[in-house]
Write a protein that binds this ligand. Structure first.
Ligand code: PMP
Length: 333
């Protein structure tokens, strides 16, 4: 793909690499990079929104913490602190003049050109850390947020936690996700839901899943080989604030067909209703009431129109200088 092709999307012209900003065109790796052969990368997906008071990154600290956790699982020593990585993200959005964007930090095992090593052993490969940003519209389509999507249950099992731990957002996990996604697309569905190795519902190829039954939210527990989704966590906090009961429990495949409402959560997918599973209509076959209520509150928070539950600092405004932050804090005192 040429840069010109890429630039049909709005992308931040600079990429953050190991502590400095470089041009998009120079953000390249060698074909013998360890991660290309052996899947040795961990990454994040983060969104920034044009909130009422300016562009703000949603739950930046939590995303960067999850990135560091993923790196820790794979014994990748990072020379940057959580604060430095958050700062890099803010500068990337601000410097790129992005109103809204998707941020992609990625840490991977690279190539030491002086002393190459091409085997599986990851230790000799240096750790590289990059962050790029681009304008990414609605992941499952513009209409999906309202009308819902048609999905299937995948014939592929989610990788068990003692094989590729879902708690780490590793590039290699997404080979499993790709099998799920390809099968879904070729079957005429927008997305696939994987069951875990015990046959219980785990998650979509890139989303967590929630059922709404008798007014309660039901979602697989963190033990069910799922990524600890930050949108999942946000939805749980919002539901609790709204007085909606949340139950984290094992879910049978058939329960997906019988529930009143069903939806995906994810940074890319946000809160996307599901209107059918395996061509069986879910509930009324359109976005349900509770899904809509949660979506409305979620978007109000994201766009800075409503505080997060317990006034948690979910938004990081990219144009807030340290002085401005201090001034706002002291004005509140
Ligand atoms: N599960 C998987 C497999 C994902 O890739 C994602 C997207 N990061 C999610 C769940 C949702 O996580 P989050 O809400 O943190 O984006």
């Amino acid at each position: 793909m040429t840069t010109k092709d890429v630039k049909t999307m709005k992308i931040a012209p600079k990429v953050w690499r190991n502590g400095e900003f470089i041009d998009w065109d120079n953000a390249r790796v060698h074909v013998m990079t360890h991660a290309i052969h052996y899947g040795s990368s961990v990454f994040e997906g983060i969104r920034a929104y044009k909130a009422e008071r300016g562009t703000a990154v949603f739950r930046l600290t939590e995303h960067i913490q999850r990135l560091l956790n993923s790196a820790k699982v794979y014994r990748m020593d990072i020379e940057f602190s959580r604060k430095e990585l958050c700062q890099a993200a803010v500068e990337l959005v601000r410097g790129g003049g992005m109103d809204e964007c998707y941020l992609r930090p990625v840490i991977f095992r690279g190539l030491n050109e002086e002393k190459p090593s091409f085997g599986v052993n990851p230790f000799p490969a240096p750790i590289d850390c990059y962050m790029a940003a681009w304008d990414w519209g609605k992941y499952l389509g513009e209409e999906a947020l309202e009308s819902g999507v048609d999905v299937c249950v995948s014939s592929w099992t989610r990788t068990p936690a003692n094989s590729l731990p879902a708690v780490a957002k590793a590039g290699a996990n997404y080979m499993n996700s790709q099998l799920i996604k390809m099968e879904a697309i070729l079957g005429g569905f927008s997305e696939g839901i994987a069951l875990d190795d015990r046959g219980y519902v785990s998650e979509g190829s890139g989303e967590n899943i929630f059922l709404v039954n008798n007014g309660k939210l039901i979602t697989p527990p963190l033990g069910a080989s799922i990524l600890p989704g930050i949108t999942r966590d946000s939805v749980i906090a919002i539901a609790k604030e709204l007085g909606i009961e949340v139950v984290e429990t094992s879910i049978q495949r058939a329960a997906l067909y019988l529930t009143d409402e069903l939806f995906f959560t994810g940074t890319a997918a946000e809160i996307t209703p599901i209107r059918s599973v395996d061509r069986i209509t879910v509930g009324a076959g359109k976005r349900g009431e509770i899904t809509k209520q949660l979506q409305d509150v979620f978007f109000d928070i994201i766009y800075g129109r409503r505080p997060a539950p317990n006034n948690a600092p979910w938004l990081t405004y990219v144009n807030d200088t340290e002085e401005k932050k201090t001034a706002t804090a002291s004005a509140k005192e």
